[in-house]
Design a protein around this ligand. Structure first.
Ligand code: PLP
Length: 481
């Protein structure tokens, strides 16, 4: 493609992008394509000859777009948000254009130094103590894996990196029964063994019970095992449970165990001083991750990982083959040594654009707005006699179920609510996901999209009650076939 065509299509695409973001709410949130439907429209073999960009773009619109779930739709209330913003998208365009590989300081000094400054900004705005130093990773899963690996190395005096796991004995790890699956995955990858991950019981607020953690670690020590790492969660995926850091940190300190905090979603809310209580006990924490790519208007991927002991991190990941050595190695940061991949995208640029465009106060306003919308909706659910608010929003996530008077059978309630959730999603008007609480099906509702306004939440609630009550009356609403 020559410069003239690049310019022409670039302008055309930006127009398309602006129109898309303005009009996305008129599209169905969730696609209704069937498995294989998109693949069947794609040629089995690559084109032998060049194809014109307008044809490629036409296929993007006609084949790809109908198969997309629109995460930036203001009525996307499922999972956790992966929200974005116009400044972030513009920065991503520049990142893509520079296409720099930011593994070493020398490969792009500005990328390294901007990343250091952005992580320092984030550290300040979320209230982590100054000893914490951060870097950007693709996901919280990767950051948590880094924490587990560093904990493993610290507890073995960096011996597993050298000699493998053979003579190491049993390493035990801990998280609550509500923790995210990325922890179990990290334990498996780190070679510590899924069966050595203890799922600690939770209390009625679905937060880890520190006493149970203490007993579990003590039993492992008694059995001759080596406790390595505890992962506490601030804002669990199912129900936004908040593990109590202070008593958990006390337990970890007493047993000399690494404490990692997974605040993938809820960490963004720490920019609000009124939510800083969630990290009471941070002084006993070794590492901490949160995702600006979830609830801080920064395009996926951008996960901020902070550690207290950078030396332990570097001793775990540093590697220096001849071809990567540079003259600046003693004077500057090489982020390739701060995590798993060698190659790194220039992710700090979008953070810089977002934080400067909104300002900290603008970001705070947005999050407070989401939280207030969630609380408003929770009030409506609570007031409805045929709905049950199962988890009130501590932040902007709640869980509920439809429970028509007289229906008490848990299995029937599960089936009814599963059908309700599917029917709502098939309507294309909103998108919700579910979890299980004490084994029972619960519908999750989170508010966190950049474009979500009060009317979207109100319309969603209206649609939920109409659909649910229609189902009860047997008005023929069934999941689309
Ligand atoms: N931790 C929690 C609490 C999450 O909710 C999620 C994803 O939703 C993750 C970790 C994984 O995040 P990522 O996709 O960045 O690995």
């Amino acid at each position: 493609m020559n410069t003239r065509d690049f310019r022409t299509f670039g302008h055309q695409f930006v127009d398309w992008m602006a129109d898309y973001l303005d009009a996305v709410e008129r599209l169905p949130v969730k696609t209704r394509v069937k498995p294989g439907e998109i693949a069947s429209q794609l040629p089995a073999e690559p084109p032998r000859m060049p194809e014109p960009m307008d044809r490629i773009f036409r296929d993007f619109e006609t084949i790809v777009l109908p198969g997309m779930t629109h995460w930036q739709h203001p009525s996307f209330f499922g999972y956790f948000p992966a929200n974005s913003s116009r400044p972030s998208v513009l920065a991503e365009m520049l990142t893509a254009t520079l296409a720099a590989q930011c593994m070493n300081w020398e490969t792009s000094p500005a990328a390294t130094e901007l990343e250091s400054r952005m992580l320092e900004w984030l550290r300040q705005v979320i209230g982590l103590p100054p000893e914490f130093v951060g870097s950007i990773h693709d996901t919280a899963s990767t950051a948590t894996l880094c924490a587990i690996l560093t904990a493993r190395e610290r507890v073995t005096d960096f011996a597993v990196n050298e000699s493998g796991m053979s003579a190491a004995g049993v390493f035990t790890t801990y998280c609550s029964a509500e923790a995210h699956s990325s922890i179990e995955k990290g334990i498996k990858i780190a070679g510590l063994g899924r069966m050595n991950l203890r799922k600690i019981e939770v209390d009625e607020s679905l937060a880890m019970v520190p006493g149970a953690l203490d007993r579990s670690i003590a039993a492992d020590v008694e059995a001759g095992h080596t406790p390595v790492c505890v992962v506490a969660c601030i804002g669990t995926t199912g129900t936004s449970g908040i593990d109590p850091l202070q008593p958990i940190a006390d337990v970890c300190r007493r047993h000399g165990v690494w404490l990692h905090v997974d605040a993938a979603w809820a960490g963004s809310a720490l920019i609000l001083p009124e939510y800083r209580w969630m990290i009471d006990g941070i002084d006993g924490v070794d590492s901490f991750v949160f995702n600006p790519h979830k609830w801080l208007f920064t395009n996926f991927d951008c996960s901020a990982y902070f550690v207290r002991d950078v030396d332990a991190l570097l001793r775990t990941f540093h590697i220096a083959p001849e071809y990567l050595k540079t003259w600046a190695d003693d004077a500057a940061i090489n982020y390739r040594d701060w995590g798993i991949p060698l190659g790194r995208r220039f992710r700090a640029l979008k953070l810089w654009f977002v934080v400067r465009s909104y300002g900290v106060e603008g970001l705070q306003q947005m999050l407070r707005f989401h939280i207030s919308l969630a609380q408003q909706l929770a009030g409506e659910i609570e007031a409805a006699t045929d709905f049950e608010l199962l988890v009130a929003p501590k932040l902007a996530l709640m869980c509920f179920r439809y429970r028509p008077p007289g229906l008490d059978d848990q299995k029937e309630l599960d089936a009814l609510n599963e059908r309700l959730c599917m029917t709502l999603n098939d309507s294309g008007e909103l998108f919700l996901t579910h979890t299980r609480i004490n084994g029972n099906y619960a519908i999750r509702f989170q508010v966190g999209q950049t474009g979500t306004q009060e009317r979207h939440v109100k319309q969603a609630w209206q649609r939920i009650i109409e659909t649910a009550r229609g189902m009860e009356r047997g008005a023929g609403i069934t999941p689309a076939d």
